[in-house]
Design a protein around this ligand. Structure first.
Ligand SMILES: [Zn+2]
Length: 374
């Protein structure tokens, strides 16, 4: 084997190999049905020899976090950031390029690289097989467009119902680590949550998760802009029916922001035009800031009010996300959308485990929020 081998034949794979010249590799992402550019890619490489290899993306659109790529040396079982700190990564984007250099340790070494730390169906299955995960009931929400079973989870049987979702945008993996952390906290302390029933859809865009789509800005619109009179995605249709049937008092929708820079490097809540929803967000955001772990802190000053930054009515012209749709429901549930960054929150580098810790804190915050609300 003389040349590096690169392919996307892995769960969630997404890469275009433009050129290979010795130890220099030129790549791009597959946009598929996404309009414009987005950030996701994932591939595996098998190295022909112990040497340095440079991977460069062939446009200047951001596709590396402020901690570089996520790297797995064990075929996707565990992932870490290439750079452990922002200071270490400063040269990464120094010339307006998106590139990183990896040193292979031996001939034949297989390494997986990804824009984010992935959370796939296999990760959910591992959680559901764990001691705490075994108390979570698993149902099928619906079949996806491509025939996959879309998971619906239930935990507890108390009167106060909470609905959790992640992956309306399929590549937003850190949100699902936090969702797992919520369920794990509840499962570990069942007596403390006996008033609650948690329903969760961890992969709203199940096909996109497993196939490695961008998901965001799908044409004609994505899953997070489908909460209207005639939803086009079976998952959204089934979620709307579930919410009408169960009448949760809180709908908590979890996302990740863009890849790096500005608001993409901290946790924030997405401000709402509806004053009642916004009052709930302000109260919840203050609670989670006190509960959040040191390895994933939050700060209400980072929240983005409606009308600021990207969060304007222009952003929702294609259709409604789940949270504004909840403002129209007759029993007036609380509804919130949190953004959980991929690689760092301010100076703190985050990981799969720290996102789970944030999820643990979100569970405690949900309890405090709802108990003091009733
Ligand atoms: Zn999103």
């Amino acid at each position: 084997m003389d040349s590096i081998q690169i392919d996307a034949q892995l769960p969630g794979g997404n890469i275009i190999v433009k050129a290979i010249d010795g130890n220099q590799v030129l790549l791009n992402r597959e946009m598929r049905d996404t309009k414009g550019n987005w950030i996701y890619w994932k591939f595996r490489a098998v190295f022909p020899s112990a040497a340095e290899y440079t991977f460069r993306f062939d446009d200047s659109y951001y596709c590396l976090t402020s901690r570089g790529p996520a790297v797995s040396l064990d075929k996707g079982k565990s992932w870490g950031w290439f750079y452990l700190s922002g200071a270490e990564a400063t040269h990464l984007h120094a010339h307006g390029t998106e590139a990183f250099t990896f040193t292979a340790e031996f001939a034949g070494q297989e390494v997986w690289f990804c824009q984010c730390i992935p959370y796939m169906e296999s990760d959910l299955n591992a959680f559901l097989a764990s001691a705490e995960g075994r108390t979570v009931q698993r149902f099928e929400l619906c079949k996806s467009r491509k025939g996959r079973s879309v998971e619906l989870l239930r935990l507890g049987d108390g009167p106060m119902k909470v609905f959790l979702s992640s992956r309306h945008h399929c590549q937003e993996s850190m949100a699902t680590y936090a969702l797992e952390g919520i369920l794990s906290e509840v499962a570990t302390h069942p007596q403390e949550y006996s008033d609650f029933t948690f329903w969760a859809v961890p992969f709203v865009d199940k096909d996109g998760v497993e196939e490695g789509d961008q998901g965001k800005n799908r044409m004609p619109h994505d899953h997070a802009r489908d909460y209207g009179a005639a939803p086009i995605y079976p998952e959204v249709c089934a979620i709307m029916e579930l919410i009408h049937r169960e009448k949760p008092v809180l709908v908590f929708d979890m996302h990740c922001p863009w890849v790096r820079g500005g608001d993409s490097e901290h946790v924030y809540f997405v401000g709402q035009a509806d004053a009642r929803l916004q009052a709930g967000i302000d109260r919840f955001s203050a609670i989670i800031a006190r509960e959040a772990p040191p390895d994933f802190p939050t700060d209400p000053r980072d929240d983005i009010p409606f009308g600021q930054g990207w969060n304007t009515s222009h952003n929702y012209e294609q259709g409604s996300p789940i949270v504004p749709w909840c403002a129209t429901l007759p029993w007036q549930p609380s509804a919130q959308s949190i953004e959980i960054p991929f690689a760092n929150t301010h100076e703190v580098t985050v990981t799969a485990d720290s996102a789970r810790h944030l999820g643990n804190a979100l569970a405690r915050s949900i309890k405090k929020y709802l108990i003091s609300n009733f």
